[in-house]
Design a protein around this ligand. Sequence first.
Ligand code: ARG
Length: 721
Amino acid sequence: MTRLKLSFALLMGVATHAFAVEGMWQPHQLPAIEADLQRAGIDVDPKELADLTRYPMNAVISLGFCTASFVSPMGLVVTNHHCAYGSIQFNSSAERNLLRDGFLARTLGEELAGEPTLRVYVTESITEVSDQVMAALNPEQSGNERYAAIDAREKALVAECEAPGGYRCDVYVFHGGAQYFLVKQMEIRDVRLVYAPASAIGDFGGDVDNWIWPRHTGDFAFYRAYVGPDGKPADFSQANVPYRPKSHLKLQPAGLKPGDFAMIVGYPGRTNRYRWSAEVADAISWQYPRQIERHGRLLALIDEQTQGRADAAIKYASSVASLNNGLKNFQGNLDGFAKIDAVATKTAEERQILKWAKAHDQAAGIDGFNGLKELLAETRATRDRDLLLQLLGYSGMYTSARDLYRLAIEREKPDVERESGYQVRDEPRLQGRLLQLDRRFDPQVDRALLQYVLGDLIALPAEQRIAAVDRWVAGDAAEPTPELLAARLDAFYPQTRLSVSEERMKWFKSDRKAIEASDDPALVLIRALMPSLLEIERQTQDRQGRETRYRPAWMATRIAYAEAQGKQIYADANSSLRVTFGTVQGYGPSDAVSYKAFTDLNGILEKHTGTDPFDATAKQLEAIRAGEFGPYAVDGTVPVNLVADLDITGGNSGSPILNARAELVGLAFDMSYESIASGWLFNPALTRAIGVDVRYLLWVMDAVDGAHPLLEEMGVKPAFE
Ligand code: ARG
């Protein structure tokens, strides 16, 4: 009961005195919550954090899917091992397995190019553009018209912003469309892997310990950002030079202790804190259970198909890690929901706001709320189909064919009218994806994936089936069957040439006519499906257009309701830059159990079994047993991981954990299992971010891996040379 009440009070995303922990704040909001930051113990002027052109904000960067920071004047970048996993995997083979063994470049020349889509984004400015975007809207527009109007405004703003070159600009949507911000980021395209510890350190505990506290993972890795000799972003080239960032984070080797102030700056991906009760109910009754079932099946398939084939296993290592990560997250959500009765809590909260809205002339908000009901009913009607279409994305042949054909279709239009994702600005990324497929594709696995997903598509209830898929499978027969599908795929893989990189590049340069004339089975399949895919996209965009009418109206009422109580609201995570702050502290996950805030090296010895994923390297075991910890020692050991009551989510991975003076004292890499459902409903008692302690990072670099030049580059004098 107490917990329910606490959750309820905090549901609004409120910064209150007792619990300053919930909240992913946009930098410009920080001056407004200055008093809370000061009470929590911050030791820099909160206004400095609102200035993106100053330390520390200009040192915190995005990789697109993870957060990272500059840590030297020579463009050295620190992030998580699991964020660099794709690049480590990309550079690995059965003979040279960097995932297993780790990697350390002894010189700049030894650094390894990351995968072709790897980027570093340095945020330079964030400008509100709500008025410009919303000026295009009027109440008479249909969903599709609204979608198109917003899309056109966004594209115009982006094109203008990117015109000088070297920048990636994007319009980010807040509160479902109540606010729009244009974000301008320098896009660095030459990013190289510098150092990653062995998996036995960087992924110690693997999927067993993932999402779990207490933890002992050295989840860190280093990149370096390179630019052309003129200092501007450039494609990979030997002539490029290390980028000189405007600032870099200062390391504080003293670390933190229990009770200390801590904050995280980063790029959280997505939360659902303001979803309405029925959306939560659907997540519990349908979305998570179904995703668990389907992701589980994909994992089993990949496992079956890569047995005894080490090279194929490495090709899917990244997909397997992210599928496993998702699987545990989905179960964690369900387990978390079960404990807090999320639907009842959300329903009670909604009633209160609706009651207030009626009393305060908030008709638009109430209409918005009712509109969301209508949208949810529509999405339910095709949700099985839509999930399967999403899973088709795991097939490299399907995604390659789709991207190649769609690009050719879009290229027939003027650039500003091309679908986003297929504009001129997106072509390097598409090309990169097509190129890196060589290291991420195996025909046997791909075939099994297609058989599974297409097989389930043809087995859907009639209302959700895609006629074009049925026809492609059935051929001349009356009905599609699993046997006909198997026969199709038997012919498909030996015949398609899209498995060859040069062939994909050839089609990348071809026009629509050429693709439509091809008899490559992958292109034949996508040609058959494309009209249906485009129609489904049109329907989705129509819903999204209507959603931008309903959700912001409902959010405006929620914001007014909070403001009536003198409270600040933060927006759900949307991959844009946020700041969250709190305190280093443990928690009590269940009756009579109490977790401390730090783990240390002793826990590694305790967990070590010699079998993956608890197989610490001989070198590390020796270094621990030697008992010499130099300047990193605390009470005769070295702190390894820590927890703090910080509000983060996926996308925050790699984020710097900063002390009160905004110095680097750790890297966020996970959340505790008990926190997972906080993505929907924040629970202050149980929500904890998990980070690598800076002292463990330095000790591993110094005493285990001998990364002394990197330490010096970061201004730390090695103790174990
Ligand atoms: N749970 C972490 C996150 O979502 C990812 C950890 C990846 N490690 C793994 N063993 N799969 O950011």
